[in-house]
Design a protein around this ligand. Structure first.
Ligand code: CTP
Ligand code: MG
Length: 379
């Protein structure tokens, strides 16, 4: 009927817009290679200090969620055995502790490396200056103990391999969230990782038929070794198994355009998701738990553990409390609220931005002029 016509028109306009945005948001040709080369050069310097050193990338450079000029995240490892190549990442028995020496070596090799020590485990920050081939300067964080990030990065990469619409959705939402200033964990809003999890939940559980399967709900084959099933972190045992070989899975029966999925995403989080009660939990069947059942109700100061010494802690506030205003459960470390960086005001702003986006999407102005100019307007 008439309503279907309006909807189809909204999808079409969003879809057109998404194509344009993706052209701008996608890294320039050669950017990924340049970032990888930068990491290799850094690794060579690290090996002068520790011959067994390796830098393992994680985050958007691995998942394919990188936007133009987005940063490089990596973890320093040493004395790791060759099992590293086989998805078996375990924390080293004797953690590397010569951070000062490493920073000095990096500086002597011409990098403007900085050691951040306000966190329990230090972090090294560097910048890759802009070059003719990559016109944005790129910052790079080297962390030392967040191996779980490598696992959750690989989970996201596997989801991305299931359906290319995931990457497109993430790039669009990140681009929008950056313009609207609601993608700053250190200023009270949500990290890119948090947005990616919101999108994964939408594509597994809300879009009908589902766009993605739930890779954590398949049963591991009997031959899996314990290191592929579990990982101990801060005294918590994390279930890290998920289906890694997705080549035999059927393609999704959902043929929706990016425009249709984006509208569904905005509508779901603006109007259906119960911010007060719900916890996004991509590992769980249905994708939603309640704050009540996780005991994620009142804010409390941190009981130690994960916050300190994590790469993203530089961006987040170090003295952060555990807040559950927006609740997104990490897929492996289930005691960790990925959205704990969101303040009361931050959550309010995210919600009103989602509603604003819906309002613009629905506005039927001629040529969709407002949608085009206002959705991505710098806030
Ligand atoms: N991460 C995490 N827990 C968090 C935040 C981040 O485990 N609370 C890890 C995840 O492995 C994530 C990586 O850190 O993939 C990078 O996070 P983030 O920088 O937020 O996401 P990117 O995809 O790298 O986005 P951007 O391009 O904006 O840097
Ligand atoms: Mg990143």
């Amino acid at each position: 009927g008439l309503y279907d016509g309006y909807l189809a028109e909204q999808w079409r306009e969003l879809d057109k817009m998404a194509k344009e945005v993706l052209l701008t948001a996608t890294p320039v040709d050669g950017e990924k290679e340049a970032k990888e080369k930068f990491m290799q050069d850094l690794e060579a310097v690290c090996q002068k200090v520790e011959p067994t050193a390796k830098l393992i990338p994680f985050g958007s450079i691995v998942t394919g969620f990188a936007t133009r000029g987005s940063d490089i995240d990596c973890v320093f490892t040493s004395n790791t055995d060759s099992a590293l190549q086989n998805d078996k990442i375990t924390e080293p028995e004797t953690p590397f502790d010569r951070h000062d020496e490493l920073v000095t070596q990096l500086q002597e090799s011409g990098y403007n490396a900085q050691l951040l020590t306000r966190t329990r485990v230090p972090i090294i920050k560097l910048v890759r200056p802009a070059t003719p081939d990559v016109p944005d300067s790129v910052s790079c964080d080297i962390g030392f103990n967040n191996f779980l990030a490598i696992h959750n990065t690989r989970l996201l990469r596997t989801y991305a391999a299931c359906d290319e619409r995931l990457v497109q959705m993430v790039l669009f939402i990140k681009w929008w969230a950056k313009r609207r200033h609601i993608n700053s964990p250190y200023r009270g809003t949500l990290s890119s990782y948090g947005y990616a999890l919101l999108i994964v939940h939408y594509l597994i559980n809300i879009a009908q038929p589902p766009v993605l399967p739930n890779l954590q709900l398949f049963h591991p084959p009997a031959t899996q070794t314990s290191t592929e099933l579990q990982y101990e972190h801060n005294g918590n045992v994390c279930n890290i198994w998920y289906l890694k070989d997705t080549s035999t899975l059927p393609r999704s029966a959902n043929k929706a355009s990016i425009g249709e999925l984006l509208r569904g995403f905005f509508e779901y989080y603006a109007f259906t998701f119960r911010w007060q009660n719900d916890v996004v939990s991509i590992r769980t069947a249905g994708g939603i738990l309640t704050k009540m059942e996780k005991n994620w109700c009142a804010a409390r100061s941190r009981p130690g553990g994960r916050e300190e010494g994590q790469v993203w802690e530089v961006k987040d506030r170090v003295d952060v409390q555990h807040r559950y205003l927006l609740a997104i459960e990490d897929p492996f470390e289930t005691t960790h609220n990925v959205a704990r960086t969101c303040t009361f005001n931050g959550v309010g702003r995210i919600k009103s931005e989602l509603k604003r986006a819906m309002y613009l999407i629905k506005s039927r102005d001629p040529g969709h002029h407002r949608l085009r100019t206002e959705l991505f307007e710098e806030a």
